[in-house]
Ligand binder design. Structure first.
Ligand code: ZN
Length: 517
C-alpha cells in the first residue's frame, strides 16, 4: 500500500489517502494514516502540494500525436523561409523510401502574408517526398514527388476535398488521399506512436483520453484496435483510452459492428467509445461550413464533408447499436445540420451521450438547441490562444459574439475539455488559464469575456466532466474512495493562483492506476 500524506486535495477535507492495487482505498488525515501504516507500506510526502484528479483530455488523436512528435515541428514558424530551414535540417536524416513530414505551421503567424507552395518544397528536393500539414490538420502542402507517389495529377478530383495541383495544396479528403500513399504502418510503428504520445501526455498530468485513431496514419482500424487491446492487456498503457471510432466508409463501420464490436466494450485501460463523424473543416483553413460567407473572404463559406442523407445513415446505424455519435462541427452551418439530425436521434436528456466536438461558430439559437438536447460538448479552450487574433476577421463581430460559448454551454450541458492534439499541445494548465481568462497567453487578443469559466468549472471540464462523457464518473475524474487511483500533483493551487499565471503551474507528479508515470 502507498500512503500519500500532506496533500492539498481537491474537493476533499482530508489531507492524505492510501492507494492499493490501483484504487484509492481510504482518505483521512496524515497523522492517522501514518500511525496505521504497516511495515511494507510506503509513505510519500506531498509537501502540501495541490492534488487534482488525473486530467482527462476528452478529444485528441493519440496515434497521430505520437507520429507528430517524431515529425518536424513547425508550430513556431514565422514564414516560408523559416519552414524550409527547419525541413532542410531534417532532410539529411531521411532514409531511402521514407518521407519528410512536417506539421503545425499556421500562416496567420507569418511576419509577411505568404503561402507555402509546391515550388518551395521542390526547391528542397524532388526526390524525397515532402508533405507539410497545417496546424489544423485539414490542409496540406506537398512537393511533386509526394503528388506522384499519391497518384495525383492535374485531372485528379476528390469528393469532399480540394486539390490545387499547381501549388501542391490539398484540403480535407484530398489530405486523406495523400495519407494513403505514405509508407505502410505496422503494429510496431503504431505501438511506438502510442508509447511516445502517452509519455508526453503524462507530463501534463493527463491520465485518460478520448482518442480518435481509426482513420489516422492508417485506415486499417482493425490493426489499431489490435494494438490498443494488446497494450491494455499487457499493462503498457499509461493513459486510459476511450476510442472515438472514425471510419473511412459506412461499409467499414457496418463491418466493425458485424464483427461484434460494441460501444463501451473493453476494460479500464481501453474501451470502445462513440462513433466520431467529421462533418466540416476548420476555421483556420476557412473550410468550416458557415451559413454566411467568411468575413475576410466573401468567395468562401466552407463545406460539409457528408451529405445530409449520408450523415443520417451513419447516425442511424450507430443509434441502432446503442452507440452514441459525436460530430466534429466547427462552422454554424455544420452545427445546424448536426442539431437537425440529432433532433431525430437524441432521446430526452440524451441518455446515449451524443455530442458536439469543438463548439466554435454557433449562433444563439444553436446554443439553445444544444442545451435543449443536453449534448456532451467537447471543447478546446486551448484553441483560444490560436484563434483569438483571427476570429473577428474570419466571421465578423456579430458571429464572434456568440462563438466559443463555453460558459453558457457549461451551465446547460456537460462540457469536457481537451487539446485535439496534435492540433494543440495538450498542456492542461494552459487550457485551464485560457478557459478562465479567454485571453492569449502571450498577447492581448481575447474572446467575449462573458464566456469565461471560473477555475472550478475549468477543472471540472478536465476531470469529472470528461469522466461523465466516458460513462465512467463512478470510477474516474474524482478523488474518492473506490475510484481508480489517477491523480496529478501540481506546484500550486490553480484556485488561488493569479489567473494569468496558471500556465506557469508545473505538474510535479502524475499517477495513473496507482503507479507514478
Ligand atoms: Zn480532432
Amino acid at each position: 500500500m502507498n500512503i500519500f500524506i500532506h496533500g492539498n486535495l481537491y474537493g476533499m477535507d482530508s489531507d492524505a489517502f492510501t492507494v492499493e492495487d490501483g484504487i484509492f482505498t481510504s482518505f483521512g488525515n496524515s497523522e492517522d494514516l501514518v500511525l496505521d501504516a504497516g511495515e511494507d507500506d510506503e509513505i510519500i510526502d506531498l509537501n502540501h502540494s495541490f492534488v487534482s484528479p488525473g486530467f482527462i483530455d476528452s478529444h485528441l488523436h493519440l496515434v497521430e500525436y505520437g507520429a507528430f512528435l517524431k515529425n518536424v515541428q513547425l508550430q513556431n514558424c514565422f514564414g516560408v523561409e523559416d519552414i524550409l530551414r527547419k525541413l532542410s535540417h531534417q532532410l539529411e536524416r531521411v532514409k531511402q523510401g521514407e518521407w519528410l513530414l512536417g506539421r503545425g505551421f499556421n500562416e496567420e503567424f507569418f511576419d509577411v502574408p505568404e503561402q507555402l507552395e509546391k515550388r518551395h518544397l521542390d526547391s528542397l528536393s524532388t526526390v524525397v517526398p515532402i508533405a507539410v500539414t497545417r496546424s489544423c490538420g485539414h490542409k496540406m502542402v506537398v512537393n511533386s514527388k509526394a503528388l506522384e507517389l499519391a497518384g495525383i495529377d492535374e485531372d485528379t478530383q476528390v469528393e469532399g476535398g480540394v486539390i490545387d495541383f499547381e501549388r501542391g495544396m490539398l484540403e480535407e479528403n484530398a489530405v486523406t488521399l495523400l495519407h494513403s500513399a505514405w509508407p505502410e504502418e505496422t503494429e510496431d510503428s503504431i505501438r511506438e506512436c502510442i508509447l511516445r504520445a502517452q509519455k508526453e501526455l503524462n507530463r501534463y498530468g493527463i491520465t485518460s483520453v478520448g482518442s480518435d485513431d481509426f482513420v489516422s496514419l492508417t485506415s486499417d482500424w482493425r490493426m489499431v484496435l489490435r494494438v490498443f487491446s494488446r497494450m491494455a492487456y499487457k499493462g503498457e498503457l499509461t493513459v486510459r483510452v476511450n476510442e472515438q471510432c472514425e471510419f473511412p466508409s459506412l461499409e467499414e463501420f457496418a463491418e466493425f459492428l458485424d464483427e461484434g464490436n460494441t460501444f463501451d466494450d473493453g476494460d479500464d485501460f481501453f474501451r470502445i467509445g462513440p462513433l466520431k463523424l467529421i462533418t466540416d473543416g476548420s476555421l483556420g483553413a476557412r473550410t468550416a461550413a458557415l451559413k454566411q460567407p467568411y468575413s475576410d473572404d466573401p468567395t468562401r463559406s466552407g463545406y460539409m464533408t457528408y451529405s445530409t442523407e449520408e450523415m443520417e445513415q451513419w447516425i442511424q446505424l450507430a443509434t441502432n447499436y446503442n452507440m452514441p455519435t459525436i460530430c466534429h462541427a466547427i462552422g454554424d452551418r455544420a452545427v445546424e445540420e448536426v442539431l437537425n439530425l440529432f433532433d431525430e436521434a437524441v432521446l430526452e436528456s440524451n441518455p446515449l451521450h451524443h455530442g458536439l466536438v469543438h463548439c466554435q461558430i454557433m449562433d444563439k439559437e444553436e446554443i439553445r438547441r444544444a442545451i435543449d438536447q443536453k449534448l456532451i460538448c467537447y471543447v478546446q479552450s486551448l484553441f483560444i490562444d490560436t484563434d483569438a487574433p483571427m476570429l473577428e476577421e474570419r466571421v465578423g463581430t456579430a458571429r464572434a459574439e456568440t462563438s466559443y460559448p463555453f460558459h453558457t454551454l457549461y451551465e446547460g450541458t456537460i462540457v469536457c475539455n481537451g487539446s485535439d492534439a496534435p492540433v494543440e499541445t495538450p498542456d492542461v494548465m494552459k487550457g485551464i488559464e485560457l478557459a478562465v481568462t479567454r485571453t492569449m497567453i502571450h498577447g492581448d487578443a481575447s474572446m467575449n469575456p462573458k464566456e469565461c469559466m471560473n477555475v472550478e468549472e475549468a477543472l471540472a471540464s478536465y476531470t469529472i466532466n470528461g469522466a461523465k462523457a466516458m460513462f465512467a464518473e463512478d470510477r474516474l475524474g474524482k478523488l474518492q474512495e473506490g475510484a481508480l487511483a489517477d491523480f496529478a500533483v501540481l506546484s500550486e493551487d490553480p484556485r488561488t493562483c493569479e489567473p494569468k499565471d496558471i500556465h506557469k503551474i508545473r505538474v510535479l507528479m502524475t499517477v495513473m492506476n496507482g503507479e507514478i508515470v
